[in-house]
Design a protein around this ligand. Structure first.
Ligand code: WQD
Length: 336
């Protein structure tokens, strides 16, 4: 009997790629998504890739009774919780919306799981919890820094809620701390669908390459880095999706060593903004229109992962390079 997995936010960028990987591994998938930051067409696109249509339920996880009723009516073997608001800048403008959507919903899901004896939980966390780390590459033991934004704070609080819940219940959880998810499925049938002006670098680059945006603004070239522009660890979304599968299998197989484990999910390599631009120009054959402007408020200088723990404990390693991710992101952009 196939294991049934609930994927909240399963029509989103990382969620949809993870659903495809779950289906290819023989899991039965139920998606809950309120389409706040995703499009219903993604459901058919997932089906086009995998040949299997996931069960989809349009439900807002902020509705405690609806969440409880879902778990009463569906027996699932695990939950991968992506559903959350994730724009750093927006979170500064709308803190209460972020705390409700990212914290209240998490509490309702965990409560309903507990009531229905569902114990396997994968949490979508972020390298944002580290702020500007004192040492690079960043390990999971790096100190959690004061959150620069309500978004980052919701990820820190989320991990604390899970920690406290595991102390008094059978919950087994893994938090995956994503570095910078980017790229798209190689089929170019699913990918990143930023609504409005993209906040993140790579979709802004591909939209500039496609002529949708006039030019990219590079936020600062006076950082203490190889070329003055900020450095990040850009991980291909398919590599990231695969990390969720190995983490889920670890919990289902009971090989987790503690009730709550955290893993950095990145490539372990840092690239500056200018290096990403050059890589895009190489894979697309296009010359990118950009200008250097001032730093963006709240940005850190550099972040890239030490992935030793995920390599050794999960047996997971990123396989794709920044060029692979940009090639797939560009191929996807050209279908839009
Ligand atoms: C990357 C670099 C910018 C846009 C955010 C969240 C993080 C995670 C990933 C969810 C930075 C520069 C960007 C532009 C630019 N999301 N940049 N011009 O800020 O590292 O991380 O997304 O978990 O939590 O904080 O990603 O893509 O916004 O920026 O120069 O138009 O590109 O300054 O150095 P970031 P990003």
């Amino acid at each position: 009997m196939a294991k049934k997995i609930l994927v909240t936010g399963g029509l989103g960028f990382i969620g949809s790629h993870t659903v495809v990987e779950l289906q290819s591994e023989g899991f039965e998938v139920v998606i809950i998504d309120n389409l706040y930051n995703s499009k219903i067409e993604v459901l058919d696109n997932i089906t086009k890739i995998s040949g299997v249509k996931p069960t989809y339920i349009n439900l807002d996880l902020r509705d405690k009774n609806a969440v409880s009723a879902f778990f009463d009516g569906h027996k699932v073997d695990g939950v991968i919780h992506f559903a959350a608001s994730k724009a750093v800048g927006e979170s500064v403008q709308k803190p209460l919306e972020y705390y409700e959507n990212n914290i209240a919903a998490l509490i309702y899901v965990l409560s309903a799981m507990q009531k229905n004896k569902v114990s396997n939980f994968i949490f979508s966390s972020s390298c944002t919890v580290y702020g500007q780390a004192d040492e690079l590459p960043i390990t999971e033991n790096a100190p959690i820094k004061f959150a620069e934004s309500p978004y980052g704070n919701t990820k820190q609080i989320g991990e604390e809620i899970i920690t406290d819940t595991t102390k008094t219940s059978d919950l087994n959880a893994i938090a995956l701390r994503y570095f910078n998810p980017t790229g798209a499925h190689p089929s170019a049938i699913i990918g990143e669908l930023p609504i409005g002006v993209p906040q993140n670098l790579v979709p802004f680059i591909t939209q500039t390459g496609a002529g949708i945006r006039a030019e990219l603004s590079v936020f600062g070239d006076d950082y203490p880095t190889v070329d003055g522009t900020a450095v990040r660890d850009y991980i291909h979304v398919v590599d990231l999706a695969k990390a969720h599968i190995v983490a889920l299998k670890r919990l289902i197989g009971g090989t987790n060593k503690t009730q709550f484990e955290t893993f950095n999910i990145g490539t372990g390599k840092g690239n500056s903004v200018l290096e990403v631009i050059k890589a895009f120009e190489k894979v697309s054959g296009k010359s990118l229109n950009y200008k250097i402007v001032g730093r963006r408020e709240g940005d850190i200088t550099a972040a890239y992962a030490d992935t030793t723990l995920a390599n050794n404990e999960l047996g997971w390693k990123a396989e794709q390079s920044i060029e692979d991710a940009l090639r797939d992101a560009w191929k996807w952009q050209q279908t839009l």
